[in-house]
Design a protein around this ligand. Structure first.
Ligand code: BV8
Ligand code: ZN
Length: 241
């Protein structure tokens, strides 16, 4: 845990706040058994996630990239939200203005019941046609490779934001506006290196928010925040709320 007085202050601020934003990353789902993005458990065969989550990788070898997503779908379909996901649903119901921004594509926040939510990197259960842009839900596990568009027979890709691609402008604007206008920003289980989410802590600080981090380890955000709490999301987040 962080300094006890700082933790008490965070609890009090969360209880009193009329406007709260939350940013989550792979660490919150680690407690549900979903491998994190950058930990050693994120490795698949001999590939690093960063080398597969790119438009170049998909253009070069769509089968390889789909095999990787199939592996992740098989894993995620057996996993459920944990106490931290559910605590954020309670918080959403209690706070007047609330927005949850997640970098996770596993869909565990909506599965827990979160509604005021932007999945800024997309969702692994959605597919998009690389030819006509049609977006649909597809929960097949595994998905037959290569998956084809129901309307134009084009090659389907995961509806996920890869490195070098732009985020959805609506999600992005909503997230920036929540970060700029919140009284408290709570950051949970992210390594804080992927932009634009990596800039949210500083943005919120500059706008005068109280910013807190929950993570197993120190991150680049740790220096920026008002209170950093070291521990597991599933223990700390419910205890704070
Ligand atoms: C964009 C989807 C405009 C795939 C993902 C230099 C400066 C600034 C920007 C850039 C730059 N160079 C390149 C860029 C742009 C790039 C970027 O930020 N790169 C970084 C690496 C420098 N960003 C982009 O390309 C973004 N788009 O900027 O558009 C543009 C366009 C062109 C060129 C420039 C700009 C798009 C980024 C989207 C990337 N998509 N994934 C998929 O999932 O299939 S990223 C991937 O990272 C996942 O989404 C993941 O969620 C996200 C962040 O990772 P984390 O969630 O933080 O996970 P990680 O494993 O790293 O960390 C887990 C943490 O949890 C750890 O800290 C650990 O200690 C902690 N933890 C573990 N267990 C627990 C725990 N904590 C608590 N409890 C536990 N139990
Ligand atoms: Zn199509």
């Amino acid at each position: 845990m962080g300094h006890p007085a700082a933790v008490q202050e965070l609890k009090a601020r969360l209880a009193a706040a009329r406007s709260v934003a939350v940013l989550t990353g792979a660490g919150i789902s680690a407690d549900s058994g979903v491998p994190t993005f950058r930990g050693a458990d994120g490795l698949w065969r001999t590939y690093r996630a960063e080398d597969l989550a790119t438009p170049e990788a998909f253009a070069r070898d769509p089968r390889l990239v789909w095999e990787w997503y199939n592996w992740r779908r098989e894993l995620i379909v057996t996993r459920s939200p944990n106490a931290a996901h559910y605590a954020l649903v309670d918080l959403e119901r209690r706070v007047e203005r609330f927005w949850l921004i997640t970098q996770n594509v596993d869909g565990l926040h909506p599965a827990a019941g979160s509604q005021k939510l932007s999945e800024i990197h997309g969702n692994i259960w959605k597919v998009r046609c690389s030819q006509c842009g049609h977006v649909g839900t597809n929960r097949a596990v595994p998905i037959p490779i290569p998956p084809r568009c129901p309307t134009c027979n084009g090659l389907l890709r995961p509806h996920i934001v890869w490195f070098g691609e732009s985020l959805d402008p609506v999600d992005l604007e909503r997230s920036f506006s929540a970060v700029r206008s919140c009284e408290v920003l709570l950051i949970v289980g992210t390594s804080g290196i992927v932009h634009p989410a990596a800039s949210f802590a500083s943005l919120a600080k500059e706008a005068g928010a109280f910013v807190a981090e929950v993570n197993l380890d120190p991150t680049p955000n740790t220096q920026v925040v008002d209170v950093a709490i070291q521990g597991r999301a599933k223990d700390i987040v419910p205890a704070l709320l």
